[in-house]
Design a protein around this ligand. Structure first.
Ligand code: LHQ
Length: 261
């Protein structure tokens, strides 16, 4: 297991937990953190990884404040290149994971930090969490996938306003808008998020990955294309040992014991 400094990485009972670990700067993304995050995600994407779910959170009072502005992020000659070279690799690795991803948003999620938070399959927020499309406040456009994901979650109207006004949105409002799945009291966040992620880690991994695939395709397909995609993915899920186990457990009136195969 490599040694990480700017993230914490654990893998127990099929559940991988990545915590951004620069709490004094609200887990702002410097070069080292981006590289370590990418490395951890690549480990999870290895064919024989034991991970069956991923939980992402932040140490301290923030989830992630986006690009580390003190690292010279804004002095970059070409910020487009900064995105393609240092952000897109980890975002792509995250999107390509074949296990479900939960984010536990424990505090402020700003700029690219918000993009990471909302790219999870299930976003859980603490009551004091804050969501901020901070980019416009420093003269930038939203990036790291925000312009793709946010309008799909909350609609163009609210997404545009968040992006243009650069105002903080509370967890309760994010819930009302459909940006997050649920909001829980601060002291219950990690317990709730870990239980949820562990449930996914104990689940039928092939089917869960199939849901990820189908949800991604749903964003671009028409109805007939999506019906066809469901048939393809279902063919794979229907051939798993977990499907046999799920049906057998139902008939035998006992909980299913999924193995992820
Ligand atoms: C920070 C940061 C931070 C460094 C708080 N960096 N230190 C950008 C550029 C290039 C190409 C690719 O794309 C991107 C993507 C982006 O993500 S752009 C957006 C970057 N993020 C921001 O603009 C957010 C800046 N931060 C804030 O607006 C506030 O800090 C928030 C609203 C996040 C939190 O406010 P507070 O709760 O009042 O905390 P604070 O401001 O006091 O921050 C605590 C410390 O963290 C403080 O340091 P200090 O030494 O004074 O205790 C901040 O300077 C530091 N910090 N964000 N992004």
């Amino acid at each position: 297991m490599p040694t990480f400094e700017t993230i914490k990485f654990e893998l127990t009972d099929g559940l991988a937990v990545i915590s951004f670990n620069r709490p004094e700067l609200l887990n702002a993304l410097n070069s080292q953190l981006k590289a370590e995050f990418l490395k951890a995600l690549r480990m999870l994407n290895q064919p024989h990884s034991a991970a069956r779910a991923l939980l992402i959170t932040g140490e301290g009072r923030g989830f992630c404040a986006g690009a580390d502005l003190a690292e010279g992020a804004t002095d970059a000659v070409d910020m487009g290149a900064s995105l393609t070279d240092t952000y897109h690799p980890f975002l792509t690795e995250l999107a390509n994971l074949n296990i479900p991803v939960v984010s536990a948003v424990n505090g402020v999620a700003a700029g690219a930090g918000m993009s990471i938070a909302i790219s999870a399959d299930i976003v859980l927020a603490s009551r004091s969490a804050i969501f901020l499309q901070a980019f416009v406040n420093i003269g930038l456009v939203p990036d790291a996938g925000s312009t793709f994901i946010l309008p799909r979650l909350i609609g163009l109207n609210r997404a545009r306003a968040m992006m243009m006004l650069g105002e903080k949105v509370t967890a309760d409002k994010a819930l009302e808008w459909g940006m997050v799945y649920d909001v829980v009291d601060d002291d219950k966040l990690m317990e709730t998020a870990k239980a949820m992620a562990q449930k996914l880690a104990n689940g039928p991994t092939v089917a869960l990955n199939g849901i990820r695939t189908l949800m991604a395709q749903s964003l671009k397909n028409d109805y007939q294309q999506q019906l066809a995609a469901e048939a393809v993915v279902q063919r794979g899920a229907g051939r798993t040992a977990d499907c046999i186990e799920g049906v057998t457990a139902f008939i035998q009136k006992r909980p299913a014991n999924f193995k992820g195969i």
